[in-house]
Design a protein around this ligand. Structure first.
Ligand SMILES: [Zn+2]
Ligand SMILES: [Zn+2]
Length: 361
């Protein structure tokens, strides 16, 4: 059992963005849960690769304006239920999803709430926490009840913040489909890539190759199940992967690195008729890829946005011991040290991987 969450006062601490790359910790009103919403105490938030872009205001519309509170990979506890919410009680341990669709558009009705037709229109009920709506770099957050999932007692809050990273990998692999006994490839041994390695195995692949820069992350890829690792900087990565697969290429490749040559390498390393899963956040947005190879090799490319419908499965894999998130957690900071935490994450200091902001109380 866990300690009860602290009673909210009228105000709370929050990391408030004031302008591109300008933020400070301020006292702001504790948000109130509306109908269908839940007020939660934030126990932990992981810094996501997209957070520095939101903080720097590099992507149009994220945030929609200032002041703004970012943060979306969080875990915590239920504090108060809004009107009409059932199934939760104060103190329940939860992990929150970043996307909550309007619930009524064709995409939402099809389960694709990450692609909600009413994206960015809060009056329809759509929310994208930490991007378009208030996020979790604060003591409390209000979220729609359907964006919450029960966090088992066996999974720590800091670990719970990483369910979304695994969820992105799971969503991509599920979109493409992992064939029994497939050979998989993961480009980029970051948090999502390291989850993809484990999930490929859990979902039926018998062999996984990981391509990345030689170092601690590539070593961790091996520890977490990669059967072979290839140093991308050695200059022969495509040839090496082809050698490792008898010249055929892999059945399914997952590109998470977003490096300049990542998508092209994935295309070259994948077998005839194979699948290429693109998860990287590509900035700048345009890349040159060998389209003729896509056609002549009859490849299928999958774009993957976020982590819809994945939390229950990810938590189940973690509980079953088929997916471990703990090794991805490298640093923990209090909210008051956010600048140091961000610097540690962005500049990968001391081998930083997942950097988590934890509540002190
Ligand atoms: Zn994220
Ligand atoms: Zn919708």
């Amino acid at each position: 059992m866990s300690d009860p969450p602290p009673e909210p006062g009228k105000t709370m601490r929050a990391l408030v963005l004031l302008a591109p790359h300008r933020y400070e910790i301020r006292q702001v009103p504790v948000p109130r849960p509306g109908p269908g919403e839940v007020l939660c105490f934030v126990r932990a938030t992981a810094i996501c690769g997209s957070d520095p872009k939101v903080i720097d205001g590099k992507i149009a519309g994220w945030p929609p304006g200032y002041p703004f509170i970012a943060g979306h990979e969080w875990a915590g506890q239920v504090v108060e239920l809004g009107e009409g919410v059932t199934g939760w009680k104060p103190g329940d341990r939860v992990v929150g999803e970043p996307h909550k669709g309007c619930g009524t558009c064709q995409q939402c009705l099809s389960g694709n709430y990450n692609l909600c037709d009413n994206y960015g229109r809060p009056e329809t009920g759509h929310r994208h926490y930490g991007f378009k709506s208030q996020g979790s770099y604060a003591d409390y957050i209000v979220v729609g009840a359907r964006a919450l999932h029960r966090l088992p007692d066996s999974i720590a809050y800091a670990e719970g913040t990483m369910v979304g990273s695994a969820g992105v990998a799971l969503h991509g692999l599920r979109l493409a489909g992992v064939e029994p006994a497939a050979t998989g490839l993961v480009i980029g041994p970051g948090a999502i890539g390291l989850c993809a390695i484990q999930l490929l195995k859990a979902m039926g692949a018998t062999r996984v190759i990981c391509v990345g820069r030689a170092g601690a992350r590539l070593n961790m890829a091996k520890q977490l199940g990669a059967d072979a690792v290839v140093d991308v900087l050695a200059g022969q990565a495509v040839e090496e992967v082809l050698d490792l697969t008898g010249g055929r290429g892999v059945d399914i490749s997952v590109e998470t690195a977003a490096a300049d040559d990542g998508p092209t390498n994935a295309i070259k390393m994948t077998r005839l008729g194979g699948k290429v899963v693109l998860i990287g956040f590509y900035t700048p947005p345009e890349r040159t890829i060998p389209l003729q190879s896509v056609v002549l090799k009859q490849l299928t490319l999958y774009g993957v946005k976020a982590d819809p419908n994945s939390y229950r499965q990810v938590l189940s894999y973690v509980e079953a011991g088929q997916l471990t998130l703990k090794p991805l957690l490298s640093h923990v900071f209090p909210l008051t040290d956010f600048a140091k935490a961000l610097d540690t994450f962005v500049n990968r200091r001391e081998g930083a991987m997942k950097v988590v902001i934890e509540a002190e109380s």
